[in-house]
Design a protein around this ligand. Sequence first.
Ligand code: SF4
Length: 321
Amino acid sequence: MKITSTTGESDLATVYVAELADGKLIEFVESVQPPLTRADKWVLIISTLAGCPVRCRFCDAGGFYAGKLSRQEMLAQIDYLVDWRYPDRRVPARKFKIQFARMGEPAFNREVVRVLEELPTRYHAPGLLPSVSTVAPRGTEQFFTELLAVKTGLYRESFQLQFSIHTTDPEARDRLIPVAKWDFPAIAEYGSRFFTAGGKKISLNFAVGNELPIDVGIVRRYFDPGLFVVKITPVNPTDAARRHHLCSAIPPDRENCPVINRLEDAGFQVVLSIGEQEENRIGSNCGQHVLNYLKSNRELEHSYTYPLRVRLSESAKAVDR
Ligand code: SF4
């Protein structure tokens, strides 16, 4: 794996663009969330596909698609970031979140589950918290069956599952996420099986923007606030969002965001995840950086090579068999 570019600030977020042995470009991110320190919470966001075939209208990762990443290629992203800071692979962060959420819809790659099986033995990380964000494409049921099994076996109370649904209007949802998807009853039914008492509630993600209505009555009709939380994010200012005239509809202060108030009145815990303006400049909010790199079509300075080291644990070898 050759790191071809890095952008960012280590006290906020750094985006790495890497070229794999077969020439595929991927990107991954490490970030902290001020005022929390890296010892409090360290977040890695890795790619599961090279680009993405879904082509959501606000996501630059959908600008190209060059295939699935292997287990080794996903682990190499995590190894690179861990080894850089903690060469003994002992990660002291109280919360060590690994998000399968950079480039690519993870449900299209069942090797994601193999990576999840590998993590607990690969790193000494008491704060390990994997997180999978999905648009729930239809036809990926085997992935979700295996995901439930690995979560039940290894991560009963330390796993975060997020469904990116974004709007309650079926037509707007289809325009925004142009693949066949699970409907709300299917998401609710899977969520009810996935949730473990004492574990994290399942997140329903909404990117609040123009043309993306949220009917709180519909959310409440299908989803139980005892099992689901709602995460509200802005529509980030990506190239794709600009092209489709999508922009954030979140007012600067939470008190004046009516949809948040209505969701809370309906019994939901609401997490508002705004991020920092600086992150938009860095491009750490979505799959922006590779696209910019492809557009720039130039060899960046300071590129260097990181050997793809894969140390398969016994559990992973067992899975291989
Ligand atoms: S938001 Fe996710 S599913 Fe949609 S194009 Fe981007 S990476 Fe793919």
